[in-house]
Ligand binder design. Structure first.
Ligand code: TYD
Length: 213
């Protein structure tokens, strides 16, 4: 690859506010005339959105942990090939709502599949594509879950509650997983306290992103 863009991912437990914060960052970047690709995991591409429906439908409670992990990676492989790699090759900024750190936290720590397995599948699905910068919005899982469940109850769209419906211990392990990832890679993964006001979180995110774009 010759010219390369910049890849930012957002991470955090359910209900950490990352979708709102990601929208604010995108508005700010675009208002400065930056060329940005917005994507999400699971989802993003039209094929990815079909996979997302399977993953988040609470009727699919029989989905096995390995099948779940492979579907998350199938979705990501499509996103990398169809959208992310071409955008980075064209020098664009890519902003993704979640990426492989989610799989390390949710399937690795949460489901107890090993980090080695997740990393092997990452190499197959994403090859060399990894975020240059990851914004991790840290929140205690109880506060986050209460927010996420309230939001799902209000929504009219498809049922997306399968992950939020997991036991509290699952979400506690997910948070521990994120904190360990952030401790292992503090340069790439920047931790921001998501209990602060919306404005304070947005300012902290901008301070991390602005030097790179
Ligand atoms: P998302 O749409 O980001 O939901 P939220 O806004 O509630 O964070 O993600 C959907 C769910 O999928 C969320 O519970 C996290 C989970 N997930 C995984 O378990 N593994 C993964 O690899 C990804 C990308 C998400």
């Amino acid at each position: 690859m010759t010219k390369r863009g910049f890849f930012v991912s957002f991470e955090g437990g359910d209900g950490c506010g990352k979708t709102t914060q990601m929208r604010l960052l995108l508005e700010r970047l675009r208002s400065q005339g930056k060329d940005v690709l917005e994507t999400a995991e699971p989802g993003g591409t039209p094929i990815g959105r079909q996979i997302r429906r399977i993953l988040l439908d609470s009727a699919n409670d029989a989905l096995s942990p390995r099948a779940e992990m492979l579907l998350y990676f199938a979705c990501r492989a499509q996103n990398v090939d169809e959208w992310i790699r071409p955008a980075l090759a064209a020098g664009r900024i890519v902003v993704s709502d979640r990426f492989t750190d989610s799989t390390l936290a949710y399937q690795g720590e949460g489901r107890g599949l090993t980090a080695e397995l997740v990393r092997e599948l990452h190499a197959i699905a994403c090859q060399e594509i990894l975020p240059d910068l990851t914004i991790y919005l840290d929140i205690d899982y109880r506060t986050g879950l209460a927010r996420a469940r309230a939001r799902n109850a209000e929504q009219d769209g498809p049922d997306e509650s399968r992950m939020e419906a997991q036991a509290e211990e699952f979400h506690e392990r997910v948070r521990r997983g994120y904190l360990a990832l952030a401790a292992a890679e503090p340069e790439r993964i920047r931790t921001i306290d998501a209990r602060q006001s919306l404005e304070a979180v947005a300012a902290a995110i901008w301070a991390e992103v602005q030097p790179h774009v």
